[in-house]
Write a protein that binds this ligand. Structure first.
Ligand code: PLP
Length: 364
């Protein structure tokens, strides 16, 4: 009835398909004890120090948050060895994606992303009436040569998730550096490092090496994964002070709630939890991979807390089977990867339950 109110871009938007919440699955199937291994969350819960700090801060919720996020930015600047002016806070790194589009993209200008990649980029670009160009991954890696060739004078943004979601692959630092060196200065590179913390024995680029050069690069980071604070919605961007200033102009005044500011500072100090998360993730990956090897299944090794498993069965059947057994896994059909699921590594008990259930499917 009201179609005349919206643009074609909005009419053809599809809602982002989030992983099903545990409560919804339990309600629908009438079961309990459901576990979620679908949304790349932290299986250990939130950082305990963050929880403690936020609990103590609850009585101040009648006040608006600090609109500048001073203390958190100060803590991050110290953590990164950069200035506060190099940092912008976001309501999840999702918001930094939005701010980048609001600040740098005008309608019909071009944005390049990989295919497949994190689904939210395309949605934000479509809302802003940008022109999206997708460059297929090559052997499950970002095709930097292909992306470089696709860049033209009208290309305002590139979103590159490194490591990539869903493949879990990390682009080597030297390849990324030469790719960046060849980009025109009219193209902003948003380097999304949501899963950086899970990379093992890998050379990683430090933002300080790049952000003060004349190529516009913004790094995106999050507290949702390694710090266990996905529900709190807190992420940040790192870049040249001038770029950060532009991003800051388009944000809501109170975009970061006060608990998120307090929780993130405490999480950053909680080195023990951070290290435990990484170790549990890495040992979980080693365990699941060795079991998949034993079962003779195909999968892709990763630098993340999730990875892809290929199964010789219709994927909806597989996902439904897991659901009925109380395990939520992510079908990759929407990403164009038929017969593939993405598994987020869980606690040791969850990983064992996943393997046992998988064996049940193979015996069908
Ligand atoms: C590649 C990538 N970037 C960004 C995000 C958004 O993270 P958040 O908004 O929770 O910080 C996600 C979430 O799953 C992701 O996979």
């Amino acid at each position: 009835m009201f179609e005349y109110l919206i643009t074609e871009d909005i009419a053809s938007l599809e809602p982002y398909p989030p992983g099903k919440p545990i409560e919804e699955v339990e309600r629908e199937l009438g079961i309990t004890g459901v576990i979620k291994m679908a949304s790349n969350e932290n299986p250990l819960g939130p950082s305990p120090r963050a929880l403690e700090a936020m609990t103590a801060a609850l009585p101040q919720l009648n006040r608006y948050p600090d609109a500048s996020g001073f203390q958190l930015k100060q803590a991050l600047a110290e953590h990164l060895g950069l200035d506060m002016a190099n940092i912008i806070l976001g309501n999840g790194s999702d918001e930094i994606i939005e701010l980048s589009v609001h600040a740098f993209l005008r309608p019909r200008q071009k944005v390049i992303i990989s295919d497949p990649t994190f689904l939210y980029y395309s949605k934000v670009v479509q809302v802003a009436s940008g022109r999206l160009m997708q460059v297929p991954l090559k052997n499950f890696q970002h095709d930097l040569t292909g992306i470089g060739k696709a860049v033209d004078e009208d290309t305002r943004l590139i979103f590159l998730d490194n490591p990539n979601n869903p493949s879990g692959s990390l682009t080597p630092a030297n390849e990324l550096k030469s790719f960046i060196a060849d980009l025109p200065r009219t193209t902003v590179l948003a380097l999304d490092e949501a899963y950086r913390d899970f990379a093992r024995n890998a050379e990683l680029i430090e933002p300080g090496e790049l952000i003060n050069g004349d190529q516009p690069v913004v790094f995106l980071r999050t507290f949702s994964k390694a710090y266990g604070l996905a529900g709190l919605r807190i992420g940040y961007g790192i870049g040249h002070a001038e770029l950060i200033d532009y991003l800051d102009r388009v944000r809501q005044p109170f975009n970061i709630n006060s608990l998120a500011q307090i929780g993130a500072i405490a999480a950053l100090e909680d080195k023990e939890f951070y290290e435990k998360t990484r170790n549990v993730t890495w040992s979980g990956l080693d365990y699941v991979w060795s079991e998949l090897d034993r079962l003779g299944l195909r999968y892709r090794r990763c630098q993340t807390n999730y990875f892809l498993i290929e199964l010789d069965k219709p994927i909806t059947e597989v996902v439904d089977y897991f659901l009925k057994k109380g395990i939520i896994v992510r079908s990759m059909e929407g990403y164009g990867l038929k017969r593939t699921i993405r598994l987020t590594i869980g606690s040791p008990e969850e990983n064992e339950r996943f393997i046992k259930t998988l064996q049940g499917i193979l015996d069908l």
